[in-house]
Ligand binder design. Sequence first.
Ligand code: MG
Length: 295
Amino acid sequence: MLDGNLKTPTQFYREILEALQAGGMGLTSDIDGTLSPIAASPSESFVPEGVRTALAKLHASGKLKLVAMISGRSPIDGRRLVGLPQLFYLGNHGMEALEPNRDNPVPAPPVVRYKPLVAAALDFTRHKLLALPADHFGFSGESTTPPGQEAALLFEDKGLTASIHYRLCPNPVLARQAVVSAVQEACTNTGLIISEGRMVVEIRPPVEINKGTALYDLSRQYGLKSLVFLGDDLTDVDAFLALRKLEQEGGGFQKGFAIGVKSPEMNPKVHESADFLVDGVPGVQAFLTWLAEQV
Ligand SMILES: [Mg+2]
């Protein structure tokens, strides 16, 4: 892979310090795979105490204009996992916003009417996949009564979007084919969109809202001069590209910092569009701790 897009550590840390001292900086981050190690299922995820402490300190310093999390989870679930209600949460890839210390997430108006369609598509997909022979997921014929996929597939209803996780299947390559094919059938003629992440297939409303548009809007709304975003997966690349767009447009915005999180499953696009890479969640924790020491 080419590394031409990556800054050297010296350059990266110098530029981020300059931007911090100039004021008007925002800090935004993905959650799963970035702040929390990828777990066998989303409910087993946790955010290490060191990450939480650094985020809390960064927020309390008052030196940042915004500290926000942007996740594929619902915003309430994202906040539960991070455990810091004083931060801003955007969930469902930016389709739903939860303001600091509030309890009612606000969905983006265009997505609300797709909610029943997403629920119906998830339901169809569940029935379809659970009725398939277990060998479609890599289970051997004899060892599967009842079919193994009942325990190995995770169907996550996130309100505005839905996810099907296949990480626990014995053969994820086979399982992915089965899941994608069922989701495609479920979404036929509904207008719904299918996207993929790390061992997960998602059903989404056909609206132009993603982590990139959400980050862009947030930056303009808060009048940020610089913005850090950390992410590990394909959906985070939209956010990385939004930072470039903000830089090109200028208008008070000066500098974006696209930090990619390395993992064995890292999509090459994450590497290609980042300014800087850190090594897994421990690398994120080290970066946030360093930044918290600077404020
Ligand atoms: Mg992630």
